[in-house]
Design a protein around this ligand. Structure first.
Ligand SMILES: [Zn+2]
Length: 230
């Protein structure tokens, strides 16, 4: 019954370590740069507004939202939601995060292909994250191979989604640095600081992707063992 506590857990260790490292890295980097005021003193909101305008995007609204680092772009409602610290903040961290989210709005407006494919996979991934484990668990307990196979397919959908998230995130960050410098919202000397913040954020995505890839490998190891039993 406790199949999920077995030795295949070892497979996950690199991803667990990377996740812990990525979490502490984003925390420390963000805490450091949220206190570094940008020279031109724009707020995250002002920066986002300028960058949207510069890119000819006038159908995206900017809202302030609760929580910490909850910033995101909602492509369905065409809303850029920035958390308090980012919206009102004038630090290089605030500008970097705000511009990164604008980067997603630009990707959306320009029909950036990895984002399009990723958006198609959203329902698959959310369905998969709800049901893959249930199917796998039931399949292994009652010994139904169809459940197990279908569970693995669903989980593979999640993994593909995670992998496609990486180019989308890296691209949004490189757009952010470019756009901020291009519009003079940050000066050249501030580019490195913005990059550090965005790279630390990207590392959490890398860790999450590694985790899902290794989870898949672990599932294959587990179900292989299950099949050998028959
Ligand atoms: Zn992003």
């Amino acid at each position: 019954m406790f199949w999920y506590w077995d030795s295949t857990y070892i497979i996950l260790i690199p991803a667990i370590l990377l996740s812990i490292y990525a979490q502490s890295k984003i925390q420390s980097t963000y805490n450091r740069f949220k206190n570094v005021r940008s020279i031109k003193n724009f707020t995250g909101y002002e920066a986002a507004q300028k960058l949207l305008l510069k890119n000819g995007i006038n159908d995206v609204s900017i809202q302030v939202t609760g929580g910490m680092l909850t910033d995101h772009y909602d492509p369905r409602k065409k809303v850029l939601r920035l958390s308090n610290d980012i919206y009102y903040g004038t630090s290089v961290a605030s500008l970097g995060v705000a511009a990164h989210e604008v980067g997603h709005a630009i990707q959306h407006a320009k029909g950036y292909m990895p984002l399009k494919i990723r958006n198609i996979l959203v329902p698959v991934a959310s369905f998969g994250s709800k049901f893959s484990w249930i199917l796998l668990f039931l399949g292994l307990i009652v010994g139904n191979e169809t459940f197990v196979t279908f569970g693995i397919y669903l989980f593979t959908g999640i993994v593909l989604f995670q992998i496609l998230t990486l180019p989308v995130e890296f691209n949004a960050s490189s757009r952010a640095v470019y756009e901020l410098a291009e519009t003079g919202i940050i000066i050249d000397e501030e580019k490195t600081s913005v990059k550090k913040v965005l790279n630390a954020a990207a590392l959490t995505y890398v860790a999450a992707t590694l985790m899902s890839v290794l989870q898949l490998l672990r599932l294959l190891a587990l179900t292989g063992r299950f099949r050998d039993r028959d």
